[in-house]
Design a binder for this molecule. Structure first.
Ligand code: MTE
Length: 323
């Protein structure tokens, strides 16, 4: 049986040598040839270089948001050439940008709304967006592999859409699913994850005003490698909670099992709140590497710096147990 690897593939991106070697070791012992072929090892200096940034062009009408950070955003080139999108290529780096052309989101894009809600059915993205004001939300983006960026997303509160779906009192969680289409997603032809990618949020997390459905960045339509045409953005959680290219939203009573939890339950929890005190079993979370820097020397902030807004949702919870 192939043991599936966690979202940590281009080991050379981490500057700490011990971490680097551990991850190489893991890849060798656990992942096997399918992963090796898919992931490759990319030199750090190549990660943010002139790869293949997504072309500019499809502008959106947006307004600015008071919820944006004042930090300087990463460039369009960084954000569209350093990605993690296993459906395109396993591992983080420039693979998704190189293969982005293989995925052209269908127009219209249809999302299936299922489970514990009154408005079960299929809805086109165009109709999801009707009546919504798109906002520029500049958020810190902290990935579990200890790299971070600042990204000017375009989106609107997920809570607005949830209200329109009219969840029942039994809806305690929201489960999201990515498109399954191996013809467009070369990564889905590899047995590295149990496809399709699934993620979940507790209802209060999904309804939180910071949580958005993202449809763009830098005022433009979302490029394929960043999760076109619809993804979640949950800025106080590790990046893998931000599921890309969503085709299904299901309201459920029981806590969903997310793809990474299923893949490596001792390494990836359901909550995955950014926490400098809860290390990943194979590397520290105390510091992060703000791309394009090569140094993992920036202190990680609890809840990625959004604690004032979100900590109260976790009062009384043991965040080490509920990592
Ligand atoms: N969503 C899907 N469907 N497939 C993925 O492989 N990777 C996750 C998340 N969403 C992933 C996904 C991970 S691990 C991260 S860090 C973020 O997407 C990266 O988002 P970005 O490439 O836009 O920076």
């Amino acid at each position: 049986m192939l043991i599936k690897p966690p979202a940590d593939i281009p080991s050379s991106e981490i500057t700490d040598k011990k971490v680097y070697l551990n991850r190489r070791q893991f890849i060798r012992t656990a992942a096997g040839t399918a992963l090796a072929a898919g992931a490759g090892v990319i030199a750090t200096e190549k990660l943010l270089g002139a790869q293949q940034p997504a072309p500019h062009g499809r502008k959106l009408v947006t307004k600015s948001s008071p919820l944006s950070t004042k930090e300087t955003p990463n460039t369009w080139e960084h954000i569209t050439t350093y990605n993690n999108f296993y459906e395109l290529e396993p591992g983080a780096g420039n693979g998704p940008s190189r293969l982005a052309k293989s995925f052209k989101p269908a127009e219209p894009w249809t999302v299936s709304v299922e489970g514990e809600c009154a408005k079960v059915g299929k809805i086109n993205l165009e109709d999801i967006l009707k009546g919504e004001t798109l906002e520029d939300r500049i958020y810190r983006h902290r990935c579990v592999e200890a790299w971070s960026m600042v990204i000017p997303w375009v989106g609107f509160p997920l809570g607005n859409f949830i209200n329109r779906c009219q969840p029942t009192s039994k809806a305690k969680f929201v489960e999201f699913t990515t498109l399954l289409d191996p013809r467009q997603f070369p990564g889905q032809r590899l047995p590295v994850l149990d496809w399709p990618y699934v993620e979940g949020l507790r209802m209060d997390e999904a309804m939180h005003p910071l949580t958005i459905l993202g449809v763009g960045l830098y005022g433009e339509v979302l490029p394929s490698q960043d999760g076109a045409p619809l993804r979640t953005v949950v800025p106080w959680k590790y990046g893998f909670k931000g599921i890309k290219s969503i085709v299904k939203i299901r309201f459920v009573e029981k806590q969903p099992v997310s793809t990474w939890q299923k893949t490596a339950p001792n390494e990836y929890g359901f909550y995955s709140n950014v926490n400098p005190k809860v290390d990943h079993p194979r590397w520290t979370q105390a510091r992060e590497r703000r791309l394009p820097s090569i140094f993992q020397n920036r202190p990680t902030e609890l809840f990625n710096g959004y604690g004032d807004q979100v900590a109260s949702m976790y009062t009384g919870m043991d965040l080490k147990k509920n990592f």
